[in-house]
Write a protein that binds this ligand. Structure first.
Ligand code: G3H
Ligand code: 13P
Ligand code: ZN
Length: 332
């Protein structure tokens, strides 16, 4: 058993309470490798933002849980070395079973998500409660989910999406004891969040997605006031990266994300955690493709992963400052 407290990590309790009070959201950035972790920590130290380092099941399979745990330990030491002990959470993203969640808790994670959103309501409650009972023994915080996002939720494929039903949130949060709740109000995973026929086009021909359902969010806030809400699928799919990718041989047609002004509005509400993964993938891919195209003789991975890392850092800094509002809140 490895305790996250010995790794210099924190759970989400205090940082969510502060984010709720301060009307901002904590960034939850996914990572699978060293460059992503370095970019996240550099960006969050420079903007003085708390951060959630998020690990999916796919990341665990790719990178190994021991390596990821030690990278999170390295992240706390790296932040210290860079001059600011920002609060860092190591979080399991889309945990699919009690065993996966337990395994992460036993391996130094400070927060876990148990995603029972695809299950019948009572089964979601039973599974989430089981994880909460285990996690809370070790002061690990738990995120549950109600409502199904469109697209692919990690291993959990959801052909049918449905918005969170506000009438269920009070019962779910009180019966499970979860610390935060992920909801479905129109976001979705990946770089293709909507089909072109679900969108309109602006004057430049860019797809404009349907607005998020802030009415559902408000209804949820009324029923569980002060309860931390989580937004998954919150990449904005920056078109400048899509353009670079396509310019240098990529093929991303009709990709569309969530407009950042809507995320800014969400961050000022009870939404305390905003999940961003796809935007990081796009930023890295854009820079790697650019180097490959412009410097075809280059074959040192540092020469293309380095620029990718720098661009990632720049993007995360901008998100913290302009979208989530978490910049400057590391030492609240
Ligand atoms: O919500 C899903 C995350 O973007 C993680 O994706 O399973 O490909 O690592 P992944
Ligand atoms: P995006 O695909 O929009 O980045 O969402 C990531 C996410 O929700 C991870 O859990
Ligand atoms: Zn997600």
């Amino acid at each position: 058993m490895v305790s996250y407290k010995d790794l210099g990590l924190v759970n989400t309790r205090d940082i969510f309470a502060k984010a709720m009070k301060g009307k901002y959201a904590i960034p939850a950035y996914n990572f699978n490798n060293m460059e992503q972790m370095q970019a996240i920590i550099q960006a969050c130290v420079e903007t003085k933002s708390p951060v959630i380092l998020q690990v999916s099941k796919g990341a665990r399979d790719y990178a190994n849980i021991n390596i990821l745990r030690n990278m999170a330990r390295g992240a706390t030491q790296y932040a210290h070395e860079l001059g600011c002990d920002i609060p860092i959470v190591l979080h399991l993203d889309h945990g699919d079973s009690f065993q996966t969640a337990k395994d992460c808790i036993d391996n130094g994670f400070s927060s876990v998500m148990i995603d029972g959103s695809h299950l019948p309501y009572e089964e979601n409650i039973a599974l989430t409660k089981q994880v909460v009972e285990y996690a809370h023994q070790f002061d690990v915080t738990v995120e549950g989910e109600l409502g199904v996002l469109a697209g692919i939720e990690d291993e959990v494929s959801s052909a049918v999406s449905h918005y969170t039903r506000p009438e269920e949130v009070e019962d779910f949060s009180s019966r499970t004891g979860v610390d935060s709740l992920a909801i479905s109000i129109g976001t979705s995973h990946g770089a293709y969040k909507f089909t072109p026929d679900q969108c309109t086009r602006n004057a430049e021909g860019i797809l404009v997605p349907p607005p998020l359902r802030f009415d559902i969010l408000e209804e949820i806030e009324k029923r569980i006031p002060g309860f931390p809400i989580v937004l998954h699928g919150a990449s904005s799919v920056p078109q400048e990266y899509v353009k670079i990718i396509n310019q240098f041989g990529g093929k991303l047609t009709d990709s569309v994300g969530i407009p950042e002004e809507q995320l800014r509005k969400a961050a000022a509400s009870a939404v305390c955690k905003i999940n961003i993964d796809s935007d990081g993938r796009l930023a890295m891919t854009a820079m790697i493709r650019k180097v490959f195209a412009e410097k075809p003789a280059e074959f040192d991975p540092r020469k293309y992963l380095g620029p990718a890392r720098d661009e990632l850092k720049k993007m995360y800094m901008r998100k913290n400052i302009e979208v989530l509002g978490s910049a400057g809140h590391a030492l609240d």
